[in-house]
Design a protein around this ligand. Structure first.
Ligand SMILES: Cc1cc2nc3c(=O)[nH]c(=O)nc-3n(C[C@H](O)[C@H](O)[C@H](O)COP(=O)(O)OP(=O)(O)OC[C@H]3O[C@@H](n4cnc5c(N)ncnc54)[C@H](O)[C@@H]3O)c2cc1C
Length: 393
């Protein structure tokens, strides 16, 4: 895909970092589920934990497209790193950047942008993630602030995160998305705890756990954005977060393709490289087309974010398409490698396990289709109005 030189240079820089610094740990991280803290420290030093934070608050102030390229390149080498970094930047830092007060920005952004503290996002609850407007966590008004009680689940970076943006129902009489507010909660506050680390099929190095809040006192100044706006703010956060998950999908797909293409040239069957057989060539061609198309959709949505344009439909399309593309590509990569593809001797089986999250996190593929259908039907109404069907007489 054509990109201006500065993006290619940026890609080269982060690819080198991912291969040199993260690469040697990936197999072990997948096997043990333990992610070395020094990798977070190294990413913090390079500025990869403050990519969406403006320079004046200690971040790198990257363009959104650069951020997406970074998530892609990290995921090409290690899906767990890609998700952890995307959750910290896009879900942990971003809501404070977009909706935080000046005091909140000054207090929290420098420490999360440097990686001194990891930030996290708590929307999903045990009774349902897709129906996030049905939030059961409550925020009761008390003198000087709020008392928050409830449980959040599947929260990335929950075990070691220190700053949590989360939603709670602040209007007890409300039902559905209205009456939900967002709050910034700190680990260490009385009544706050995280549960055991989940044992997942993939992305095993990315930390996922429940959060428990038992009458946690949250001072008034930690209400994030206006009271009652939490659901809307979190949906806006997910719109852009989805583009980064698209980047993650493209990265995992590219990683699997790179292994499969090289393997096909080296592996011989019946006296010649398997890359000379049309059956394998067509697989590689179809994989390459899927990756290219996914990358176009993802970068297009990222550029729209950089231009400040509405992108609900484009972000959902990018995530949906790239999530299904990476499923196809990693599946075919295993086939190209045959028995070796099915074994942990090569990374494609890990990539196949890792990619499944792309169809679930930050809105499942079913939810993306609902969002896209709603948007295209709205556009159709605007463009054509009136009736197209003939009246039956
Ligand atoms: C590894 C991992 C990391 C995560 N990180 C975070 C995080 O950091 N923060 C956070 O808040 N959440 C996080 N999540 C939660 C994630 O966003 C939810 O899992 C996701 O939104 C789906 O919610 P659910 O699991 O409750 O499934 P459900 O909502 O129960 O859905 C179950 C199935 O029903 C389908 N479905 C639901 N409603 C409809 C409908 N109206 N029409 C058609 N089909 C429907 C879904 O598509 C799905 O197939 C993470 C999840 C995972 C697995």
């Amino acid at each position: 895909m054509y990109l201006e030189k500065k993006y290619n240079d940026f890609r080269a820089r982060i690819r080198d970092f991912a291969e040199r610094v993260i690469g040697p740990h990936v197999a072990r991280v997948d096997e043990t589920g333990v992610y070395p803290k020094e990798l977070f420290d190294a990413m913090g030093k390079e500025g990869y934990l403050g990519m969406v934070v403006p320079k004046e608050y200690g971040g790198t102030g990257f363009e959104f497209l650069e951020y997406v390229i970074a998530v892609e390149e990290l995921s090409r080498v290690c899906g767990s790193t890609g998700l952890s970094v995307a959750a910290h930047n896009g879900l942990g830092c971003s809501p404070i950047v977009r909706f935080g007060s000046e005091a909140q920005k000054k207090k929290y952004l420098p420490e999360v942008a440097s990686g001194k503290k990891i930030a996290s996002f708590g929307l999903t609850e045990p009774q349902g993630g897709s129906d996030a407007g049905n939030t059961q966590t409550t925020a009761a008004r008390v003198e000087g602030g709020w008392k928050i009680t409830g449980t959040k689940c599947w929260i990335t970076n929950a075990s070691f995160g220190e700053v949590f943006n989360l939603t709670a129902r602040s209007d007890p009489k409300s039902i559905g998305p209205k009456g939900i507010s967002a709050f910034i909660i700190e680990r260490g506050w009385k009544g706050f705890s995280s549960g055991r680390k989940e044992n997942k099929m993939g992305l095993r190095g990315s930390d996922t756990a429940f959060l428990h809040l038992d009458e946690v006192f949250c001072p008034e100044e930690n209400l994030l954005g206006p009271e009652g706006n939490g659901f809307k703010q979190f949906m806006m956060t997910l719109d852009t977060g989805r583009i980064a998950i698209g980047g993650m999908a493209v990265g995992l797909a590219q990683g699997a393709f790179d292994v499969a293409a090289r393997y096909a040239k080296e592996r011989h069957a019946f006296g010649q490289p398997i890359s000379t057989y049309q059956a394998i060539q067509w697989k590689l061609a179809d994989m390459a087309v899927q990756i290219e198309a996914a990358r176009h959709l993802v970068y297009h949505a990222a550029r729209m974010r950089d231009m400040g344009l509405p992108l609900v439909k484009e972000a959902a399309m990018a995530k949906l398409f790239s999530s299904e593309a990476v499923r196809f590509v990693t599946y075919e990569a295993i086939q190209v490698l045959g028995g070796f593809g099915y074994s942990s001797r090569y990374p494609v089986e890990r990539m196949y396990r890792d990619m499944k999250l792309c169809e679930i996190g930050e809105g499942t593929s079913e939810i993306q289709r609902i969002v896209i259908a709603r948007e295209v039907l709205k556009q159709t109404e605007k463009l054509f109005g009136g009736m197209v069907t003939e009246k039956l007489s």
